[in-house]
Design a protein around this ligand. Structure first.
Ligand SMILES: Nc1ncnc2c1ncn2[C@@H]1O[C@H](COP(=O)(O)OP(=O)(O)OP(=O)(O)O)[C@@H](O)[C@H]1O
Ligand SMILES: [Mg+2]
Length: 414
């Protein structure tokens, strides 16, 4: 804040590690489920696509419930070569002087040296991570003055391809009931992107025992329409006091559509709009929005723009059919979709007769097989899904129909 007046950067805070309390929008259903899970005795799993608000959610709930917590960022496990090491790093951050034991040093040396890793060493390694975990929960318990506390393993997707780390987590979960761990009253909160987090951990250990010790709250998905609109109203109207020369309800819905209601993207686009509006004496107009959208697309989605551009340039069909299909993919609401869903949209949007064969299955397959694919087949039920949610946003914000129903680009880079 400068001279008591809010600035766009204070209001819309993309990717801020800390919660901006003034801008935090309540997510009652998810918060309640997490609160309930915290009361139970199982370890907790929180999952959802990147940018949907997992980190903000647990920080908010734990702070409100006054539960002391510490976060181990698993990106550090990749950086430092092992889960054990990321625990050690956390311990030293917390000011613990716990020395690394001999066995752990040997294990670590083996691990980092990349030497072959047999079953016995694997067990030792899990054991070492488990013992570092024990030291961590003991330290956390002391810091929390004996109160119940939480240890968060955030960004779990970073270690899902690492069997050693997964096994170490599995053994940590199994040890939850041991008196030496249980007495510290520290609950583990595992946070990450994959939908099947629970199965991923369970399948590397004793599956039913592990599944039994874990509880999963519902997916932290995109914001609801009400949540997203309330976030924008608070930012533009209450905090910044901006005015509108366009219909604001339509504007809010349009931002929801283009950002697919992903919290981080709403903040990023709104920050761009707010910065443009600041230059225009605090008025949100068609021109400020268009300029801001262009900057948002170019700055945040350059590689995604490239994927779409390649597909569009490789088109050699009549009436730009591929362009129509790409445009129609942007209209789809479902996470997983079939070619029949897209076919329906193409026929409606571009008035294509039933008599004309669209060859949709073939075209979608080619989008999935491209060097930089746009969509991919889902393992089950023969459906498709966007490779990343950003690609859908680029189509929504970057392609339009002109007056003759042709698909045109709204950004030069496309
Ligand atoms: N409840 C909320 N109210 C307002 N803004 C939010 C909320 N939740 C998240 N955001 C916005 O979305 C951004 C991303 O949220 P967060 O970092 O929690 O996502 P994440 O799911 O942890 O993503 P990742 O998997 O990449 O770590 C935040 O920096 C913030 O700008
Ligand atoms: Mg996060």
């Amino acid at each position: 804040m400068v001279f008591g007046k809010a600035r766009p950067n204070d209001v819309f805070t993309p990717r801020s590690r800390e919660i901006n309390e003034r801008m935090y929008v309540d997510r009652p259903e998810l918060e309640e489920r997490l609160e309930d899970a915290l009361r139970g005795d199982k370890y907790i799993i929180v999952h959802g696509e990147s940018g949907n608000g997992k980190t903000w959610l647990f920080k908010r709930v734990l702070a409100r419930k006054k539960v002391p917590f510490e976060v181990v960022n698993l990106a550090n496990a990749v950086l430092h070569g092992s889960l054990l090491k990321s625990f050690e790093v956390k311990l030293s951050e917390l000011g613990s002087d716990r020395p690394v034991s001999r066995t752990e040093e040997v294990d670590l040396g083996l691990r980092l040296g990349g030497t072959g890793f047999g079953g016995k060493q694997q067990t030792q390694f899990s054991f070492a991570a488990q013992s570092a975990f024990g030291a961590l929960v003991s330290h956390l318990n002391q810091k929390a003055g004996g109160k119940r506390s939480v240890l968060v393993l955030d960004n779990f997707e970073q270690i899902v391809d690492n069997l050693d780390s997964l096994k170490a987590v599995a053994s940590i979960i199994i040890s939850a009931d041991e008196e030496s761990i249980a007495k510290h009253g520290v609950k583990l909160l595992i946070v990450g992107v994959p939908r099947d987090l629970k199965q991923l951990v369970a399948k590397v250990g004793n599956a039913s025992t592990i599944a039994n010790r874990l509880i999963e709250i519902p997916e932290v998905a995109r914001m609801t329409l009400d949540e997203a609109i309330s976030l924008m109203k608070r930012g533009f109207e209450k905090e910044l006091g901006y005015s509108f020369s366009i219909d604001k309800e339509i504007f809010y819905k349009d931002v929801c559509w283009k950002t697919d209601r992903i919290a981080q993207q709403i903040h990023e686009l709104c920050l761009k709009i707010a910065l443009e509006a600041e230059r225009a004496s605090g008025v949100i107009s068609l021109a400020t929005v268009a300029k801001a959208e262009r900057k948002w697309l170019e700055e945040s989605f350059s590689s995604d723009l490239g994927v779409i551009e390649n597909l569009m340039n490789s088109i050699e069909t009549k009436v730009g059919r591929k362009n129509q299909v790409i445009y129609s993919l942007g209209r789809v609401d479902k996470e997983d979709f079939k070619h029949s869903d897209i076919e329906k949209i193409v026929r409606e949007e571009f008035n294509v007769d039933e008599g004309i064969n669209l060859n949709l299955p073939q075209m979608l397959a080619s989008f999935a097989k491209a060097e930089n694919p746009l969509i991919r087949r889902t393992p089950k039920n023969n459906a498709y899904r966007f490779v990343s949610p950003k690609l859908k946003m680029v189509i929504r914000a970057g392609l339009q129909k002109d007056s003759e129903n042709r698909v045109i680009k709204t950004v030069e880079a496309l």
